[in-house]
Design a protein around this ligand. Structure first.
Ligand SMILES: [Zn+2]
Length: 325
């Protein structure tokens, strides 16, 4: 367990390095992240007004049960590179998402394993690193109940901070902004600090559906939030949004981008078990190029920087000289 609290380090202005992709890294290492993708997905309208039937099944959740050693190995690989924060593999370990593969009754087990594998890796490699319990809204069900459950089980598993992520994306619960409030309130019930992960921000400096960061902060006023991270958006979009976020919010901010992972670039993704979910080739976003973005984000005030879908240990290694000079 870390001797210093993450909040103290952030309030002292320290930069913290976070891990890179876990789900995409599982796929790269041969683990099946396609379970449930053959089941027709929900209708989904993108920020560009295009309706698709995106369906990522249970994504990386099944790996906690099917390939726990690979999950732990990925955490350990990132920790050996010197990251300060790893995110547990809990993106879709909610009851409603596991229902896609008929495993809804085992959600506590999938969730607990995600937390425990991350905590074990941390204890093994670097006791001073933090484990963030990271989970996304399910596309059905009761968001508050699901997030309270994820937070409770992950707190019991020993994580240090809650990271409800992928917020303001495809909301089917309430409005994207009220989902953020629900997420923060639900996660706070576990008694740990809460960081909020906002996804799919736009290059124009707004949230996915055009809301401003000012509106987000008005909505979150008075809620116990310890930091805001922009995540699973293109590096360009994060560069476009961090200045607006900085202006609207004076607490700790950060970023972890995805690399060329937008469905628009691979419109068939997940539409059948034969169609790989993603473009594992990170193309133009080499580790060196990603580090150039990270350097911009640092100048824009980001204190926590890591990577989301498509980023690899090599990308995180390239960030280290910038975050920890
Ligand atoms: Zn992502």
């Amino acid at each position: 367990m870390p001797t210093r609290s993450i909040l103290d380090r952030l309030s002292e202005g320290e930069m913290l390095l976070m891990d890179g992709g876990t789900g995409t890294e599982l796929q790269r290492r041969g683990v099946n992240v396609l379970k449930g993708t053959s089941i027709p997905g929900r209708q989904y309208t993108t920020s560009k007004g295009v309706t698709t039937q995106q369906n990522e099944g249970v994504w990386s959740a099944a790996a906690n049960v099917d390939a726990p050693n690979v999950v732990r190995e990925i955490h350990e690989d990132y920790l050996r590179l010197g990251v300060d924060i790893i995110i547990s593999n809990n993106f879709y370990t909610s009851q409603a998402m596991l229902a896609i593969i008929g495993e809804e009754d085992r959600w506590e087990e999938y969730t607990r394993l995600g937390g425990e594998l991350a905590v074990q890796a941390r204890d093994e490699v670097n006791a001073e690193a933090y484990v963030a319990g990271g989970f996304a809204p399910p596309y059905a069900g009761d968001l508050r109940k699901e997030f309270e459950g994820q937070a409770r089980v992950l707190a019991q598993a020993g994580v240090d901070v809650m990271l409800p992520e992928y917020l303001t994306g495809a909301s089917v619960h309430d409005t994207p902004l009220s989902d953020c409030i629900t997420a923060v309130e639900a996660c706070a019930t576990a008694g740990l600090p809460v960081l909020l992960g906002i996804c799919n921000v736009s290059e124009k400096g707004t949230l996915m559906r055009g809301e401003s960061f000012q509106e987000l902060m008005v909505a979150l006023k008075g809620h116990a939030i310890e930091g805001i991270l922009l995540m699973c958006s293109t590096p360009e979009a994060i560069s476009g949004c961090l200045p607006s976020l900085r202006k609207a919010y004076d607490g700790p901010i950060g970023a972890y981008a995805n690399l060329n992972y937008a469905w628009e670039k691979n419109p068939k993704w997940g539409s059948s078990p034969d169609e790989p979910l993603n473009v594992l080739d990170f193309g133009e976003y080499t580790p060196k190029r990603y580090a150039e973005f990270a350097s911009q984000w640092k100048d824009m005030g980001a204190q926590i920087i890591g990577g989301c879908c498509g980023t690899t240990p090599e990308h995180i290694e390239a960030l280290r000289p910038i975050i920890k000079p």
